[in-house]
Design a protein around this ligand. Structure first.
Ligand code: MF3
Ligand code: CO
Length: 290
C-alpha cells in the first residue's frame, strides 16, 4: 500500500489519520506502523492486582457476548444488537469503552458481510438469513479495559462463509501458540499469516491488534501478517488484544463516507475474531473466552 495515493485512496488515508489520535488505534494505516520504532514502545506489564481486574473485566465482557450471540436472529436490526449489548454492559455496572471513542457513536460495532470492522448500528439495517455479522465490543471495569470480537452466522449461512469464520477463529489459536514469555511479538503475527495464507484469503493489513489495560489501545500494535523484524519480546503480565480480520478475497479495505465503516474493497466477505489474552510464564490465558 505504499502507492496508496496513486491508487486514488488519498482521502481514505487522511480520514483515517483524522480520528486516530493514538498510534495504537486499530483504525490506523500501516504507514504509522513503519514510522514507529520498536524502541519507542512502552508495553505495560500488569501487577497481580491489575491482572485480577483485567480478568474480571474480560469475564464480564464474555458474558455480554454470550448473551448478544444468543440474541442474533434474522429480522433483528443492527441497532437492536447495540441496544442489547449496551444494556448488558451497563447491567454489570461497567462502561462501554467504544462509545464516543474518537467520536464512535455506539457501544457495539456491528459489521455485516463485506463490512470488516467498525460498522455503525442502524435501526433500518435488518439482519437477513445467510448474513454473517461481526460483533466487536469492550467495556471498562474499575478502570480496566476488555475488548473482544466474534463473527456470527445469521441463521443458515453458505459453506464458504462457515469456512471463513472457522479459519479466522483458528488463526487466532495458531497465533497464540506463540504467545509466551520469552517469545517475540511477531512470532504471533507470523503464525497467523502462515495459517491463513494456505487458504488464499486476504489478511487485512490496515488494521491491527494492540496492547490493552487502563487504555483500550496500548502498545504494541499487533499485525496479523508476516513481519521481517521479530518485534518486542513478550513478558508475563502483558495483556494483548489479538484480532485477525480476514477477507475471502483481497486484503484491501476502504473506509465508507461515515468515516467509520471499513469494508472490503472487492466486496468479499470478511470475518473477525478477537480475544484479550494474558501472557504468563506458561500457556497464555484467554481472558474473554466463553
Ligand atoms: N474494536 C476496535 C479494537 O479492537 C476498537 C473499536 S474503535 C471504536 O481495537 F471506536 F469503534 F470503538
Ligand atoms: Co481490539
Amino acid at each position: 500500500r505504499d502507492d496508496v495515493e496513486s491508487r486514488g485512496l488519498g482521502d481514505v488515508y487522511k480520514r483515517q489519520r483524522r480520528h486516530c489520535g493514538y498510534a495504537g488505534c486499530l483504525c490506523i494505516h500501516r504507514c504509522h506502523l513503519r514510522l514507529r520504532k520498536a524502541k519507542e514502545m512502552a508495553i505495560t506489564v500488569k501487577s497481580a492486582r491489575e491482572i485480577e481486574l483485567m480478568r474480571e473485566s474480560c469475564k464480564l465482557l464474555a458474558d455480554v457476548f454470550q448473551n448478544m450471540e444468543r440474541a442474533v436472529k434474522p429480522g433483528m436490526s443492527t441497532m437492536d444488537i447495540n441496544i442489547l449489548g449496551d444494556k448488558l454492559i451497563r447491567g454489570h455496572g461497567c462502561i462501554p469503552n467504544f462509545l464516543h471513542y474518537n467520536g464512535y457513536p455506539a457501544s457495539i460495532c456491528v459489521s455485516v458481510n463485506d463490512e470488516v470492522v467498525h460498522g455503525i448500528p442502524m435501526k433500518h439495517h435488518i439482519l437477513q438469513e445467510g448474513d454473517i455479522v461481526s460483533l466487536d465490543a469492550g467495556l471498562i471495569y474499575k478502570g480496566y479495559h476488555s475488548d473482544m470480537a466474534r463473527t456470527i452466522a445469521v441463521g443458515e449461512v453458505s459453506e464458504e462463509a462457515k469456512l471463513l469464520m472457522e479459519r479466522t477463529r483458528q488463526s487466532f489459536f495458531e497465533g497464540i501458540k506463540y504467545a509466551k514469555d520469552g517469545n517475540h511479538l511477531h512470532d504471533i503475527s507470523n503464525a497467523i499469516d502462515a495459517y491463513i495464507s494456505q487458504f488464499g484469503y486476504g489478511i487485512v493489513r490496515d488494521l491491527v491488534g494492540h496492547g490493552i489495560g487502563t487504555a483500550l489501545h496500548e502498545d504494541p500494535q499487533i499485525p496479523n501478517f508476516a513481519q521481517k523484524r521479530k518485534g518486542p519480546r513478550l513478558q508475563a503480565g502483558m495483556t494483548l488484544a489479538i484480532e485477525p480480520m480476514i477477507n475471502i478475497g483481497r486484503p484491501d479495505v476502504v473506509w465508507l463516507d461515515d468515516d467509520w465503516t471499513v469494508v472490503t474493497e472487492d466486496g468479499s466477505l470478511s470475518a473477525h475474531y478477537e480475544n484479550t489474552i494474558l501472557i504468563t510464564d506458561g500457556e497464555p490465558e484467554i481472558l474473554t473466552l466463553y
